[in-house]
Design a protein around this ligand. Structure first.
Ligand code: ADP
Length: 266
């Protein structure tokens, strides 16, 4: 059986074909042995291709020969596969991988180049939320954020220009967490989590739109597990990208691009 593995900073993503169907699976990177045992138990004579920052650590623990592929090449291959299967138009785009951190690339057919990135990403979302609320578990984070409001904690342009016409859209955030009139004791946990998502989503979207403008394009494809089950992050990123005149696509199963690309390169 063929299997592609992307061992990232937070999660190990696995892609394989079973009964002609593409199967996808995620396991925590801090428990690499869990991934190793899964591979050993599920597959008898696997053909494996690995990628990602923890690929070598994983390879040391597995008693099989395996192929390696550079992470971004794998990601690009996987993204092209997912885009053609979801009938996206061809042509250049900026690819933004919101993983533990965020990396931004320009992709045009076979050509791809890294534009830059930001340390603000999914790790920031979880890390800052944990510091503010004590919540560590990802599912609990997602559920606890439901219904959160950002008005108490964030300062919008319209709040500063109260009573007069602002020169830029009033709905833009003037300062994330900058509303110093809020009374911490009265702020529900869900509001803290929503504002953290706002901070991460707006930072990522802003950097991405500027990167796309530098290349003279507007289409931005977002991937990464930070969007998993996270409707609020999807909404912030999509809306902020549109507000800044970009064209967002949040790719379904995008977080598996690296694993799918590794699988396809076998
Ligand atoms: P990496 O390749 O760096 O591991 P991912 O694309 O897998 O990056 O994204 C990691 C981010 O996804 C985490 O920082 C977190 O915000 C989010 N995430 C989604 N599901 C989980 C989960 N089950 N456990 C921890 N983080 C998760």
């Amino acid at each position: 059986m063929r299997i592609g593995i992307d061992a990232g900073g937070t999660l190990v993503k696995i892609a394989y074909i079973l009964n002609d169907k593409l199967e996808l699976l995620k396991l925590p990177s801090k428990e690499l042995l869990q991934a190793v045992n899964w591979v050993k138990e599920t597959l008898d004579t696997p053909e494996i291709c690995v990628t990602g920052g923890k690929a070598e650590q994983l390879a040391k623990l597995l008693p099989f020969e395996m192929k390696r592929i550079v992470e971004f090449e794998a990601t690009c291959k996987g993204v092209q596969y997912l885009m053609s299967h979801s009938k996206q138009e061809e042509g250049p785009f900026v690819l933004v991988n919101v993983g533990t951190g965020t990396s931004i690339h320009y992709v045009n057919g076979e050509e791809h180049v890294r534009i830059g990135g930001t340390g603000v990403g999914g790790g920031t979302m979880i890390g800052l939320s944990r510091l503010l609320t004590g919540i560590e578990n990802y599912q609990e984070f997602i559920l606890s954020e439901v219904g959160g409001q950002r008005d108490e904690l964030d300062l919008k342009v319209k709040h500063i220009y109260e009573g007069s016409e602002p020169p830029i859209p009033g709905e833009l955030t003037a300062s994330n967490f900058g509303n110093l009139n809020s009374v911490p004791a009265n702020v529900p946990i869900s509001d803290y989590l929503s504002s953290v998502i706002g901070l991460v989503g707006e930072t990522v979207a802003t950097a991405s739109v500027l990167a796309a403008a530098q290349r003279g394009i507007s289409r931005i494809v977002y991937i990464g597990s930070s969007f998993s089950g996270n409707q609020s992050l999807k909404k912030v990123v999509a809306e902020y990208t549109v507000l800044r005149e970009g064209q967002p696509i949040i790719l379904d199963n995008g977080e598996y691009s690296g694993a799918i690309g590794a699988l396809l390169s076998l």
